[in-house]
Write a protein that binds this ligand. Structure first.
Ligand code: BGN
Length: 235
């Protein structure tokens, strides 16, 4: 394993460079479990990858979507990227046949999660783990930056994909099984219903092209690349 949580196989050349972007705040136990599990998992698949932990500091509520956008933009300045996998820290793939790679359409990887009894809770669900080729993510202008607090940013992302005439792929639910580690509930975003109702009008102006944030530092640690950011609704 190279510094920054980077690994590539020696016996062959992977056909894409994958970056796993993981939003994070105050969950040290889950971070340890995630890293221990995922490095072995990805190496068994001979993936050329980097694990990036996006840590949010400051007073604002957690903004999963914006952390993903910032990670995407910052890492592209550091290395060549073909495929980004946006990954919740509490989800672990249970099956080695869940391939950590990108397809010709965005992919919802975590289709069957333990806490939802290994079933999709609703057909438009697009949360948990999502894989995008770089160009696909640019096409939809990334996530919305407007969702501070739990909920809705993934439903907004789903709408962006379909509005741009892309579609979402999923593996069979018997295969795409993920274990969810337990955690305390996040403070919910009371504005999420309104934001989602008006999301179509914001696609072009709210996303990768409107990112404003304070990047405090980027550090290549032994097991991951850490990006510390302050996100504020005021910026
Ligand atoms: C949904 C949330 C998603 C979340 C799933 C699974 C909302 C928006 C309401 C209009 N969506 O209810 O963000 O991933 O549950 O937990 O809250």
């Amino acid at each position: 394993l190279k510094i920054g949580g980077v690994w590539s196989p020696e016996s062959c050349q992977s056909h894409e460079k994958v970056v796993i972007i993981v939003p994070y705040r105050n969950r040290t136990d889950q971070l340890m479990a995630f890293l221990r599990y995922m490095h072995w998992f990805l190496q068994r698949q001979l993936v050329h990858y980097r694990i990036v932990i996006m840590q949010q500091t400051g007073r604002a509520l957690f903004n999963r979507g914006m952390l993903m956008n910032v990670g995407f933009s910052e890492i592209k300045q550091l290395q060549h990227v073909d495929c980004v996998i946006f990954h919740d820290i509490d989800l672990l793939p249970e099956n080695d046949r869940i391939l950590y790679r990108c397809e010709n359409m965005p992919k919802h990887m975590s289709a069957a999660v333990s806490s939802f009894h290994y079933k999709l809770p609703y057909s438009n669900m697009f949360g948990g783990v999502e894989a995008f080729k770089v160009a696909q993510f640019h096409t939809i202008n990334g996530f919305s930056n407007s969702y501070f607090g739990w909920g809705g940013e993934d439903d907004d992302l789903y709408k962006r994909v379909y509005l741009h005439r892309l579609e979402i792929l999923r593996d069979d639910q018997t295969l795409a099984r993920y274990y969810m580690m337990t955690h305390a509930d996040q403070p919910k975003n009371p504005k999420r219903f309104d934001l989602l109702k008006k999301s179509t009008s914001r696609f072009e102006t709210d996303g990768l092209n409107s990112l404003v944030y304070k990047c405090l530092y980027i550090e290549e640690r032994p097991f991951f690349t850490l990006i510390l950011v302050d996100l504020d609704e005021m910026f």
